[in-house]
Design a protein around this ligand. Structure first.
Ligand SMILES: NC(=O)c1ccc[n+]([C@@H]2O[C@H](COP(=O)([O-])OP(=O)(O)OC[C@H]3O[C@@H](n4cnc5c(N)ncnc54)[C@H](O)[C@@H]3O)[C@@H](O)[C@H]2O)c1
Length: 354
């Protein structure tokens, strides 16, 4: 993914951290603490102990339990928000209105009313960058896929499959509008806009479900999503993708093990109508990280899962005045896909246009 500027040498972005829970501390604050382009100037969490603990990590900077008080008292350029999904839209608006660039964990919003409110606040401050993580786009493996599917020898990207089996979820909204939203965004990032979809569900109890989705893309490609809140989040293969071109395909398991089943070395007979019996197979290209090398930044899980490069891209966007990272539009499209799945399930699998 192109970076407009070198974030090692820019003036650090004076940043406040809002929400200092588990994901923030383990992943996002760790990334921020290792990034010269970010200077944390204040932190905030409703829980005073969490706020104090985050403050100790960042030079005992001022800490708050009320975001409004922080925004009133602290001179900053940007906010990193990592809070429960149902407060994200409100916090995003508050930060925009206080004149801060926003970097928010997904989802930016969970209802259409919240989309309208955030869009309105952002329209009044076009100088501000309002960004969402969608970190999976920035994983080195997804970047590799993006480059392979642009190659002539991959053929036209024609089939997309994603499995997101996210363990226990606190209801259907949590599975579709909070968790699976990553893959609605990845589908659009890799294959372009979704045109329509149809979904059916096996629901063991409210929110605990297997959901099977058929999708058609505007490009003419087709695909499936398998989304589940039944089963194990810790299991190998809880997340996977299969991306097919007209000529060969790529699989990615758990955002780590990437296999590209390359085009055959040669085909006897008519190449445009070849079958396996006449192919001379090519070796597959396989990438898997070296799990025993723990010192390099690039080998850390927060880097491999795309969080660190995503945050770097936010800093680069601010300093270069660009808007390369995903923001409000990407968030709205992903939410619309999640809501189309809900609508289709409620209509016995009828197709919904997007
Ligand atoms: N991109 C990813 O892969 C990924 C992974 C995990 C979590 N997340 C997202 O991260 C977010 C946080 O998840 P978590 O597991 O850390 O949750 P958590 O409950 O551990 O942390 C949330 C924190 O926000 C604080 N908080 C709540 N309302 C607040 C407010 N108005 N102002 C300031 N602080 C407030 C809470 O006190 C809590 O400490 C969620 O939105 C989730 O969707 C994203």
């Amino acid at each position: 993914m192109s970076k407009s500027i070198n974030t090692q040498s820019v003036e650090p972005v004076r940043t406040v951290l809002i929400g200092c829970g588990e994901h923030a501390t383990v992943v996002i604050h760790t990334s921020a603490s290792l990034m010269p382009g970010i200077e944390v100037v204040a932190v905030c969490d409703l829980d005073a102990q969490r706020a104090a603990s985050a403050s100790r990590r960042f030079g005992s900077c001022p800490h708050f339990t009320d975001p409004a008080a922080l925004l009133e008292k602290v001179d900053a350029e940007a906010a990193i928000i990592v809070a429960p999904p149902f407060v994200h839209a409100k916090l995003t608006r508050q930060c925009i209105e206080a004149g801060l660039h926003v970097f928010i964990e997904k989802p930016m919003f969970v209802t259409p009313d919240e989309v309208v409110a955030v869009e309105k606040a952002a329209a009044a401050r076009p100088d501000l960058n309002v960004s969402v993580t969608f970190n999976k786009r920035y994983s080195p493996y997804v970047q590799e896929i993006k480059s392979i599917i642009g190659r002539e020898d991959f053929g036209q990207p024609s089939y997309f499959f994603a499995k997101f089996a996210g363990g226990y979820r606190n209801g259907a909204t949590d599975l579709l509008r909070v968790g699976a939203i990553h893959y609605f965004d990845l589908a659009r990032y890799l294959f372009g806009p979704l045109a329509r979809l149809s979904a059916i569900s096996y629901e063991k109890q409210p929110g605990q479900a297997h959901i099977a989705v058929n999708v058609a893309f505007e490009s003419g490609a087709v695909g499936n999503f398998f989304l589940s809140s039944l089963g194990l989040w810790s299991a190998k293969g809880a997340e996977s993708m299969e991306i097919r071109g007209d000529r060969n395909f790529i699989t990615l398991v758990n955002l780590r093990e990437l296999t590209w089943q390359k085009p055959p070395l040669s085909v006897r007979g008519n190449a445009s109508s070849h079958q396996s019996g006449v192919e001379i197979p090519a070796p597959a290209q396989y990438h898997e990280p070296n799990y025993s090398n723990i010192s390099l930044l690039e080998y850390q899980s927060f880097h491999q899962n795309g969080y660190f490069p995503r945050l770097e891209a936010f800093v680069a966007d601010i300093r270069a005045g660009t808007r390369e990272g995903p923001g409000i539009d990407a968030s709205r499209c992903a939410l619309e896909a999640a809501m189309a799945v809900e609508q289709s399930i409620n209509n016995n699998g009828a197709y919904v246009d997007l």
